[in-house]
Each structure stands twice: as structure tokens, then as C-alpha cells.
Design a protein around this ligand. Structure first.
Ligand code: PMV
Length: 317
């Protein structure tokens, strides 16, 4: 066992992952496509130690968090020696911004390196997926496709790089509507949606074509085309949640205010499109030259607006 440090960047799905065909392995029912972000990252160090320990920003992690991280490392490195895991985020945890994608990508890389595993990036991505589905897309910078795969063991369900961060300079503005805890975790919400929403079948039936369309739009740097398919994917995903029994609702009044603000911008000719995840925050994609105007339109409705751009692949040290 060696010491290894990895930094991995968060990603936001442009075409959404929602629904699992295998909950234990985090195998998705649909493919998805994401943008890796520049300023939001997790840095994780794995060090040989006398006893297992997990620390977030220098403080002992909550037992549930520590157990999840350590059992993940157990599976990656069977029969391993005790380790100390130190992790911190460049963005506040619990601020309504997902850290599980960057977190599990960084932990996979650091633990694999510390344990001397020699795995391809695709294999590392498949491992990160087992920690948190969306983490498999944080193994590359820029635009990444996650094809759902067919194999029962998940070996073909991993990210694939589509275009690096230099391919297309865009802005993703994160409007932080609220930073409290989620009403329901994403895994439970996905299962309820699958089991009870009459729209779930349509969601599955149309999502592969959305990924194909988004890939073509990214290759062509066609923002209206990408924005339209992104927004459609988001509202289809939330429609399956809203039609579950009982309803899964992550929206808050500020969420709807941001949706109206983005649509009003478009009526004024500004190229801005939105996406949302399993939370109340609204993320808006636009060209760099429109970012000031978009941020100004969102600001009155939210706690704050974070401005992000395309980010790099993870790094090891
Ligand atoms: O991060 P996970 O594996 O719990 O999945 C969350 C999925 C969404 O954020 C809602 C969509 C996505 O593709 O990231």
C-alpha cells in the first residue's frame, strides 16, 4: 500500500441518468451525457494507517459516510491493509451541490493507485459507478457519454470521452435555490419512480435518442440543439418523478421562479437552457458572453449563483 492523492471534478448531466436496472451494481436503465466542471472538485488522499479512518476537511466523517467509503475500498482492494482516507471539496458540502460524483471518482483513483492496481480509465470508471452512478462520468474532462451497457456484471457500463474541455467553451450557472437536505435520496426516488410512474416506460423509450442527439449537438457545437434536448431530458425525468405514487418532488418555489426566468430570457433572444437534478437547484447552460445577463436574471430568486465552465480530467499525485 502506498499513499496516493487524486483530484476529480464534479459533472452535471446534460442528458439525465434516472433509473437503475441493477441497484446493487448501480447499472443504469438509460444512457446519459455530462459536462465535467472546472471549479468544483474533490481531492482525496488514501494513506496506509494503523486503523481505518475517514476524514472530511480534517474532521472525522459521519459514521454512515465513513462506512460507505470504506466498504467501497474493501471491494476495490479485497484483503487490503487499514487506510486513512482524507477528503475535501472545493465547494461546500450540503450546499445542495452533488459531491458524490467527484467524491467517488477521486476515491476510486486514489484507492486504486494506493493499492497498486493497474486499471484502464474505463475500468476505473466502472468502479466509480458502483460508488455512485454519476461518478463514472467524472473520470474524464469535458463532455462524457455513459452508455448503459448490456453486461450483467456492469463491465461495459462506464463513461466514454466525447470531447475535451477545450472543444467548446460554455458556461453552466448553478442557481442555488436551497441548501437543505433532500426530501428523498436519489436511489429510493428512482425505485419509486420505476415502480409507480406510468410515464417511466416512455422515459426509457426516448432517452437513448436524446443521448444520440446531444452527442451530435456537442460535436457540432450547436447550443440551441443541445439546450433543447437537455431541457427536454430534465423535464421528462422530473415528469416521471411527479407522476410517481406518492409524488417525488424536489422543486421549491425558487425552482419555478428560475424556470420562468430562463424562459423569459429565451423570449428576449438569450440562448439559455436549464437542467435540474435530484434537488431544487437550477443549472443554466449558456454561451460565455451571456453569463452576466443570465446570472442577473437568476440572482433575485436564489441564495447565490455559481459560474462554472468545462473542467479537466482527474489528476493523480
Ligand atoms: O449521483 P447519483 O448516482 O445518485 O444519480 C443522480 C442522478 C441525477 O443527478 C439526477 C442525474 C444525473 O445523470 O446525474
Amino acid at each position: 500500500m502506498n499513499t496516493a492523492t487524486a483530484r476529480a471534478h464534479a459533472n452535471i448531466a446534460l442528458v439525465k441518468y434516472w433509473g437503475k436496472r441493477d441497484t446493487a451494481l448501480n447499472l443504469p436503465a438509460v444512457s446519459s451525457l455530462s459536462l465535467t466542471l472546472d471549479r468544483f472538485w474533490t481531492e482525496t488522499t488514501v494513506t496506509p494507517a494503523e486503523a481505518d479512518g475517514v476524514y472530511i476537511a480534517g474532521e472525522p466523517a459521519a459514521p454512515k459516510f465513513a462506512a460507505r467509503a470504506l466498504s467501497f475500498v474493501d471491494e476495490l482492494l479485497p484483503g487490503r491493509d487499514p487506510v486513512r482516507i482524507d477528503t475535501h471539496n472545493s465547494f461546500p458540502t450540503g450546499a445542495g451541490l452533488a459531491s458524490s460524483a467527484s467524491g467517488f471518482a477521486a476515491l476510486t483513483l486514489a484507492a486504486a493507485h494506493a493499492g497498486g492496481l493497474d486499471l484502464s480509465t474505463e475500468a476505473l470508471s466502472a468502479w466509480a459507478r458502483r460508488g455512485s452512478g454519476s461518478a463514472c462520468r467524472s473520470l474524464w474532462g469535458g463532455f462524457v457519454t455513459w452508455r448503459k451497457g448490456e453486461a450483467d456484471d456492469g463491465s461495459d457500463s462506464h463513461g466514454t470521452p466525447l470531447a475535451g474541455p477545450e472543444h467548446w467553451d460554455l458556461r453552466m450557472l448553478v442557481a442555488v435555490v436551497a441548501s437543505g437536505p433532500k426530501p428523498i435520496g436519489s436511489t429510493a426516488a428512482m425505485e419509486r419512480t420505476r415502480d409507480t410512474s406510468p410515464y417511466y416506460g416512455e422515459w426509457l423509450a426516448t432517452s437513448e435518442a436524446d443521448v444520440d442527439e446531444a452527442e451530435a449537438a456537442v460535436r457540432a457545437r450547436d447550443l440551441p440543439r443541445l439546450g433543447e434536448v437537455m431541457e427536454s431530458s430534465t423535464f421528462k425525468m422530473h415528469a416521471t418523478m411527479h407522476t410517481a405514487r406518492p409524488m417525488v418532488n424536489y422543486w421549491q418555489p425558487g425552482t419555478l421562479a428560475c424556470i420562468h426566468a430562463v424562459h423569459a430570457l429565451r423570449e428576449q433572444g438569450v440562448g439559455a437552457w436549464l437542467t435540474m437534478d435530484a434537488g431544487p437547484n437550477v443549472k443554466v447552460l449558456c454561451a460565455p458572453g451571456d453569463a452576466d445577463r443570465v446570472a442577473a436574471a437568476l440572482a433575485p430568486h436564489v441564495e447565490r449563483v455559481e459560474r462554472l465552465g468545462p473542467g479537466p480530467a482527474p489528476t493523480l499525485s
